[in-house]
Design a protein around this ligand. Structure first.
Ligand code: IFM
Length: 454
């Protein structure tokens, strides 16, 4: 199969941006090279039982050394943009605030090379790799980390200015806050709902203050944030399931987007957990509500919610594959593309959204390299279906400016280690050989079929 989009589709127009995405910790490796200091993920990986197979980020895709070949590969796909993240531990390598010139130099090479090739640079400042020295002082539970982030944002934006086309302050604060501080499955591995909500508040505050800081040092660059959404669907039409689904969506989606767009947190959660509300200081909500130039949306799957029988959201259960009968990917996530369309149109109705970029979308599949080829049909179908939903949402009035496939290549999938492959490009971790999968070839063919591409 090949990807098919009508030539009149908005996605095929010159102003629509196609790209591929990665993140520093997941691909770079070289985690002690050129003065990089340890991050919370280095610490987490070193704790037995936290990451599948005891995997870590010490080598990953060796992108720190193979960056130029990787840019060749990115260019060969015909994309308009590349979304990467900068590793904070490479830039501010010491608690005393030392700026590491070698860290800046690494990203200078990459960003200059991408600009030279007319590939737009989308940067995320924080994709989960907090310097360990900050976690030792309280991490995202401490307001000092907010100030440290603003300082880091200042260093990056002063240095790169408009060489970066798009600055996202954070990638998926939901994951950093809830997976890291409430559910304990990501670094730093804490397990308290109160901490999860406090970490979320500090991440959002750091975002708002970070946006103001970046704007001081840039003129043309777009500044925004990337949120992840796994929209809740009610398992049945029972009053209990519907109410549980509303709470699930308020807790997981609106807790992040509502303060950004409207400067307030959802009331249902404040009523449900009064003793676990974060401490909020005067001016915080206004700062979080600072206007942004774009909102990045990451979408993979939906979540089917069954009421637990009591108002207790951590007891919510996901309806399993057997119950829904739907196809799931290798990581166990249901494939349900219409949920992307519904998410985009519902958010557009509820909020005055800035322009949207789909900053991540993709599938982890059970890929096999056979005779030099990876015939990843499930990923091809997944991408095709989701691209069509983006197209449909644009037709129905959502201002979507771009789409990034997650991910450029197979990489370190956090607590799943290297066992789950999200790449359009296959990585043989024993040789670091890259092989374009069928999905990459299809993506490339789609991009090259655009009429404005010579
Ligand atoms: O690999 C991650 C990425 O780092 C953040 N978004 C979800 C992806 C797949 O789990």
């Amino acid at each position: 199969m090949t990807f098919k989009l009508d030539s009149n589709s908005k996605l095929m127009q010159p102003e629509f941006t196609f790209g591929v995405a990665t993140a520093a910790f997941q691909i770079e490796g070289a985690n002690t090279t050129d003065n990089r200091c340890p991050s919370i993920w280095d610490t987490f990986c070193a704790q037995p039982g936290k990451v599948l197979g005891g995997d870590d980020g010490s080598v990953a895709c060796d992108h720190y050394n193979l960056w130029l070949e990787d840019i060749d590969m990115i260019e060969s796909l015909g994309v308009d943009a590349y979304r990467l993240s900068i590793a904070w531990p490479r830039i501010i390598s010491d608690i005393d605030g030392t700026v590491n010139a070698k860290g800046l130099a690494f990203y200078d090479k990459i960003i200059d090379e991408l600009n030279r090739r007319n590939i737009k640079v989308f940067v995320t400042l924080y994709h989960w790799d907090l310097p360990q020295y900050l976690e030792d002082q309280g991490g995202w539970l401490s307001r000092d980390t907010v100030s440290a982030f603003v300082k880091y944002a200042q260093v990056i934006s002063e240095h790169f200015q408009d060489r970066i086309y798009s600055y996202a302050t954070f990638n998926e604060p939901w994951c950093s806050a809830y997976l890291g501080y409430q559910y304990g499955v990501h670094a730093p591995g804490h397990t308290s709902r109160k901490e999860g909500l406090q970490a979320a508040h500090h991440l959002l505050l750091a975002h708002g203050l970070g946006v103001e800081e970046i704007r001081k040092h840039t003129t043309a660059a777009q500044v925004g944030i990337v949120l992840n959404f796994t929209p809740g669907y009610s398992a049945t039409q029972s009053v209990e399931d519907i109410r549980a689904t509303q709470i699930y969506n308020d807790y997981n989606s609106h807790w992040y987007i509502q303060p950004l767009m409207q400067g307030s947190y959802p009331e249902s959660i404040q009523v449900l957990y009064p003793s676990e509300m974060p401490s909020i200081e005067a001016g915080d909500m206004q700062a979080i509500n600072t206007p942004i130039d774009f909102l990045g949306i990451n979408f993979y799957t939906r979540y089917v919610v069954e009421a637990p029988g009591a108002d207790c959201i951590e007891d919510f259960q996901q309806v399993s594959q057997q119950h829904t009968g739907a196809e799931h990917t290798h990581i166990g996530w249901e494939i349900h593309a219409p949920a992307l369309y519904r998410l985009l149109t519902e958010l557009n109705q509820r909020y005055a959204l800035p322009p949207i970029y789909i900053t991540e979308n993709g599938a982890a599949c059970d890929d096999h390299l056979i005779d030099g080829e990876v015939n990843d049909l499930q990923r091809c179908h997944y991408l095709q279906q989701h691209l069509q939903m983006v197209d449909k949402a644009i037709v129905d009035g959502v201002d979507i400016r771009g789409y990034f496939a997650w991910s450029l290549m197979d990489n370190f999938e956090w607590a799943e280690g290297y066992s789950k492959r999200f790449g359009l490009v296959h990585v043989d971790y024993s040789t670091q050989k890259r092989t374009l999968k069928k999905s990459a070839l299809n993506f490339k063919a789609l991009l090259n079929s655009r009429s404005h591409i010579a």
